[in-house]
Design a binder for this molecule. Structure first.
Ligand code: KG4
Length: 337
């Protein structure tokens, strides 16, 4: 019996629907709102919800056409329940509930970050114990998995997420939104000349990025006041290497301490060139496998929602239609709703 899962993602500024059949991706439609939010220098939650509402049925129609799957062939609807923007999450959830009700099929709530981990299964099967380095606009955390669907958070940011820090640094340097891509691009052309603090380098597996961010904002503002020039490329390089070296050195320690068989990176910031190159170098030097997701898996999409949805379907982790979204859902509570 084949298993067809329809996945829906709407946690931030991408409206996305994907369909898998027995693990094979049949379609992966993503409608991004990034152009609209760019004008405001960040995602405007109210506008995001409105655009999801406008786009979701168009995306659904395209997904069905591309996959050549009819609604009656779908076995379950998997949907992002959190974390994310509350209004944005609601749009995907209501669409999923409507499909589940009218098709009389199970509704599967999916944790967005757990799905980012499972996106790596499009590259290679997960191997346990596994260390997941989750780096995104809203989260920075290390998760240990001893087996499928077992998530233990061993470290997390105490303040800003790494992606948020990239976005703020880009803003003070006038590089636009989202900031990760232009900062990464410039960092590849510069030299590490600015001395910046390496936050919580020695303290376990937790992170703190707000001090580093404030340090750069002050450095730029002080230079402006004194009429001094900033070498933007060099500052981007110094920031990138300082921030990423903290993450990489903690990943090396955690991979050894938890005897990881595989290290994976997940989330929007896993597109970062320095992180991708250097985490591979450092972790493979330990004889541990590293999986780097392809670029299409780094950004938000619903292929990962359908992929994790398959595992949850197998354990019948279904929700009643009264289920709601949770903008602060923790990964270790992925089965509680
Ligand atoms: O996971 P994601 O798509 O969304 C949320 O967490 O909401 O991550 C988006 C984040 C943004 O902060 C963006 O600036 C960052 O990922 N990002 C990058 C790069 N590409 C995107 N950060 C560093 N280097 C990159 N190449």
């Amino acid at each position: 019996m084949s298993k067809v899962i329809l996945g829906i993602e709407s946690s931030c500024d991408e409206t996305a629907i994907a369909i898998t059949r027995d693990g094979v991706l049949l379609c992966n439609v993503v409608s991004t709102q990034i152009d609209v939010h760019q004008k405001y220098g960040g995602v405007m939650p109210e506008i995001a919800s409105r655009l999801h509402t406008e786009n979701i049925l168009i995306v659904l129609k395209e997904a069905l056409e591309k996959s050549k799957i009819s609604l009656s062939e779908i076995d379950a609807i998997a949907v992002t329940r959190g974390p994310g923007l509350i209004g944005a999450l609601h749009v995907g959830m209501q669409a999923a509930k409507t499909l589940a009700l009218t098709l009389n099929k199970p509704l599967i709530p999916v944790h967005h970050l757990a799905a980012h981990i499972y996106a790596n299964e499009f590259v290679t099967p997960l191997k346990f114990p596994l260390l997941a380095v989750i780096v995104s606009g809203g989260n920075t955390e290390f998760v240990i998995m001893k087996d499928h669907l077992q998530f233990e958070i061993i470290g997390e940011t105490k303040d800003d997420a790494i992606g948020e820090c990239y976005d703020k640094v880009a803003r003070v340097l006038g590089l636009g939104y989202p900031g990760g891509i232009p900062v990464d691009r410039l960092a590849q052309t510069g030299v590490h000349t600015y001395k910046l603090p390496s936050p919580m380098l020695k303290d376990g597996y937790d992170f703190s990025f707000s001090g580093l961010k404030t340090n750069i904002i002050n450095l730029v503002n002080n230079a402006k006041q004194r009429g001094e020039d900033i070498n933007v490329a060099n500052l981007c390089t110094s920031f990138q290497e300082t921030a990423m070296d903290v993450i990489i050195s903690k990943a090396v320690k955690a991979a050894q301490a938890f005897k990881a068989k595989q290290v994976i990176i997940a989330g929007g910031v896993s597109a970062n060139s320095y992180l991708r190159k250097n985490i591979v170098k450092e972790i493979t030097a330990l004889g541990i496998e590293v999986t780097i997701p392809p670029m299409w898996c780094c950004t938000d999409q619903a292929a990962m929602i359908a992929k994790l949805g398959e595992y949850l379907y197998d354990i019948s982790l279904f929700a009643p239609l009264s289920v709601s979204v949770d903008p602060n859902w923790m990964i270790n509570d992925f089965d509680k709703f």
